[in-house]
Each structure stands twice: as C-alpha cells, then as structure tokens.
Design a protein around this ligand. Sequence first.
Ligand code: GRF
Length: 194
Amino acid sequence: MVKTAVLASGSGSNFENLVLASREERNSKYSIELLIVDKLSAYAVERAERLGIPCYSLNPKVFPNKAEYEKEIVRILSENEIEIVALAGYMRIIAETFLSAYKGKIVNIHPAYLPEFPGKDGIGDAFKAGAEHTGVTIHYVDEGVDTGEIIYQERLKIEKDWDLDKLKEEVHKIEHKIYPMTLEKICQKMREEN
Ligand code: GRF
C-alpha cells in the first residue's frame, strides 16, 4: 500500500472519508498513515483520534519563516516514509521547500470545476455567481493557487431551488465519492511504475 499523509485545516470530513474508504476497500492501494493540521482547533484532530490515526499539529507562527515550517512538515513525512500527500481542506499555499521534496506527489481536492472558481471559497463563489453548474476537481499541486494538472473532475448541476447549504452538501457528496476512488487509481499507477 502507498503510504499516504493527509493535510487539513478544518472539519476533516474528506480525511475521515479517505480513511474509512481505504479500510472498507478489500484491496486498497493506499493507507492513511498520518494527519498534519496547521491548527489544533481543527475538528479533523478529533476525527484522527477517533480513527486511531497519528496527528501532528504544527503552528506555522512558531517557525521563523515558511521554509522552516515546511522543512518540519517534510521531516515528519520522510520520517514516516510517506510517498504521497493528499490535501483535504488545507488552507495554505504550498511553497518551494515542500513542493520540491514531494514533486508530483501532492494532490488536492477543490470544490469547483477548475479553472472555474479557484481560491478559498469555490462553493460560495459559484453560488454567488449564479452558476448553472459547478463541480469538484482533483489536481496535482504546483506553485499556483489551484492551477496544477487536473487528474479528475466531476460536474454538478446547481438546481434553482438549492440554497448554499444544499449546494455544499451536494459538493461534499461528490468529494467523498471521487477522492478515495481517484487516490486508489493514482496509487495503483505508482505501484505499476515502480
Ligand atoms: C472541501 O470542500 C475541499 O474541497 C476543500 O476544503 C473542503 C474541506 O472539507 N479544499 P473537509 O474539511 O474535508 O470537510
């Protein structure tokens, strides 16, 4: 199994779902080894405890700069022999130190159909724009904001009577379906290439 780490800043529903999906899959190609959060108050921390997944909380403010903060992330990942990183609601831009250490091995899930509605609030932005469709995108992470190579996308029609909460719910449903599925495929490919 490909040793995988998840990075999150918030609720962690995608993190939990990735763990459960891999545990339920008979022949899962990935295993979630650890969670890293950038704030202890993230609800993802409680989920990790419940799931028995080791959780590292790193406060970026206690590091002299971003490079040092990312060095510590890379140290934790290397120490645990992590091969791939799945971002799941991690609200920071990944910089050079981290990117170069895990080149082509960091994936992100974005709650819109990129390149439409990049940035922090993909769901809210699609809703406010009155878009007829939105979606979910899984992509590799590069130095830009939600600009990396797209791996998989799914469209979602926004029905006229949906409020923002309903849209969030429907987006999350798609996320929870496609993130484990896509990670399985990526990890299978990684093993075939090795
Ligand atoms: C998801 O909508 C994901 O697409 C975005 O952040 C949200 C995280 O949700 N990047 P959760 O913390 O996994 O519930």
